[in-house]
Design a protein around this ligand. Structure first.
Ligand SMILES: O=P(O)(O)OC[C@H]1O[C@H](O[C@H]2O[C@H](CO)[C@@H](O)[C@H](O)[C@H]2O)[C@H](O)[C@@H](O)[C@@H]1O
Length: 240
């Protein structure tokens, strides 16, 4: 896939570059703790961070501390837990009772991995035998949710989280905080579709990473092409 030319020529307004982490800045790997950034991603983000006009942030389903550990850019803004966790803001206390009630209903299947993030619970089934995966998806969909909670689908993962958050709301909040910037969101997964939809209403630019159906206007191949775009944008001097 060649890079869409119009994405290389953004030059009018300063950019607000918002990136998802897994699948966008880092290739998808079997073990979440081994999701190191794509070569060049850290350096490109560092250049955007130092840029006099552009702004950038990572918007992830992970805890922000995990992404910081991968990127080692302490001053970079990371919004974690699908928009529940904001830099400099105390998150509401986690509902540990809800997480406990969901955990108690999980099926006992070999290879199922729990990622308890405190505020949300991700259940990974990438390492469950292939033949059992559809059954696991169905069992997870049957779990009785605590009031106000929702189930989100992702790449070989189902995540239980409180409602009222999400990347759509998060990109909207950021776009409105930087009204003179062109908001750009890059993401690869189902949860990123909320952000693509929200940015349509904010006159933003949306880029899906990888193939598959999407609400995004543009598509790129994978994290390697994301790095190429970030490098290019870090070189731009906006006209406005
Ligand atoms: O919003 P993101 O930054 O993309 O985070 C979404 C989830 O990413 C992680 O899981 C995914 O990536 C793993 C590593 O490549 C992969 O093993 C897993 O199958 C994927 O679903 C992370 O573990 C989750 O907590 C995030 O919500």
């Amino acid at each position: 896939m060649t890079l869409p030319q119009e994405l290389l020529r953004l030059g009018e307004r300063p950019l607000l570059v918002l990136c998802d982490y897994d699948g966008t800045l880092a290739p998808i790997v079997a073990r979440p703790e081994e999701a190191w950034p794509e070569p060049g991603a850290r350096e490109a983000l560092e250049r955007l961070l130092a840029h006099p006009r552009h702004c950038a942030a990572v918007l992830t389903g992970r805890r922000a501390t995990e992404v910081h550990a991968f990127l080692n850019l302490p001053d970079f803004s990371v919004i974690g837990l699908h928009g529940m966790e904001w830099p400099g803001e105390a998150a509401a206390p986690p509902d540990t009772d809800a997480v406990r009630r969901i955990t108690a209903q999980l099926p006992d299947v070999p290879g199922l991995r729990l990622e308890d993030k405190g505020w949300t619970l991700a259940v990974h089934y990438r390492e469950v035998p292939e033949l059992l995966q559809a059954g696991v998806e169905a069992r997870l969909a049957e779990i009785a949710l605590p009031v106000g909670w929702e189930l989100m689908a992702g790449k070989k993962v189902r995540e239980f989280r409180p409602g009222g958050f999400g990347k759509g709301r998060a990109v909207q909040r950021l776009a409105r905080r930087f009204p003179n910037h062109l908001p750009v969101f890059l993401g690869d997964d189902v949860t990123d579709e909320e952000a693509f939809e929200a940015l349509r209403g904010e006159d933003g630019l949306t880029i899906k990473v990888g193939d598959g159906p999407t609400l995004a206007e543009h598509q790129v191949e994978g994290p390697g092409q994301v790095v190429a775009l970030l490098e290019r944008w870090a070189d731009l001097t906006p006209l406005q």
